[in-house]
Design a protein around this ligand. Structure first.
Ligand code: ADE
Length: 242
């Protein structure tokens, strides 16, 4: 996969793409990530990227020319997904991360405390994504969030231990609780079943605790899920416990 990130603040990305799993993913050549300052594509004498809004009003608006030219020049033939980061976009989810992980080329467009000329939205981008109902100073942090969650899904990026198959949201349920040694810490004990060596019992306990956690914390995730008979029984039990 190729990821290009268009921004006026490339230095913001250094730590995030140069560390941990994103760093390893690039070393393994599962992904190549390029951070591009779209000011470099400005055709104006002073490399400007924004201008006053038509109709007046406060603030500046990112002009179409530098962003259109940058996207067109970065297009290597396979039609890229061009993703505008903005609070008005569709809310980002694990489903969307899985969808984007199938693409060959992603281009993120990050604005910073100003608006985008509407022609960028209408004629250049394929997706508009928001990472939540709050306003950031720019799209950069949001692009890092989306990049991180997409890259970790690429084949061979996570080892077996870090496998994403059991992730919260991939399974439709939140993850069950985890414990490590010691078996007793300050009087707080690890559930006996986890130390029983009975893998069928352990799997059953994990499944039930996943469901309990989802029921208590995120009941909205259960409304569209079809339940097995056993799951329905557990839910009735949780209801009675409440
Ligand atoms: N830019 C500013 N706020 C944002 C948000 N919540 N999501 C994506 N991009 C943004």
């Amino acid at each position: 996969m190729k990821i290009d990130i268009l921004t006026l603040f490339p230095e913001m990305f250094t730590g995030v793409i140069g560390s941990s799993i994103l760093k390893k993913a690039q070393e393994k050549e599962a992904v190549s990530i390029e951070v591009v300052n779209f000011r470099d594509y400005s055709a104006s004498k002073h490399s400007s990227v924004d201008d006053y809004p038509y109709g007046g009003g406060a603030g500046m608006v990112l002009a179409p020319q530098p962003i259109f030219d940058a996207v067109e020049q970065l297009n290597e033939g396979v039609k890229p997904r061009v993703i505008l980061m903005c609070p008005q976009g569709e809310q980002f989810t694990q489903r969307k991360a899985e969808e984007l992980a199938k693409e060959e080329h992603l281009i993120f467009v990050c604005g910073h405390y100003e608006g985008y000329d509407e022609r960028i939205r209408e004629h250049l981008v394929t997706d508009e994504i928001s990472i939540g109902d709050y306003v950031l100073t720019g799209g950069e942090l949001a692009a890092m969030v989306v990049t991180d969650s997409v890259v970790r899904l690429l084949p061979e990026v996570l080892g077996n231990e870090e496998s994403h198959m059991k992730d919260s949201f991939s399974t439709g349920l939140l993850e069950h609780p985890h414990y490590t040694r010691p078996a007793e810490f300050r009087g707080m004990k690890v559930p006996d079943v986890l130390m029983s060596g009975n893998h069928q019992k352990i799997d059953e306990w994990r499944h039930k605790e996943s469901l309990r956690r989802t029921y208590l914390r995120r009941p909205d995730l259960l409304t569209e899920r079809s339940m097995t008979k056993q799951e329905q029984k557990w839910i009735d039990e949780f209801k009675a416990d409440k």
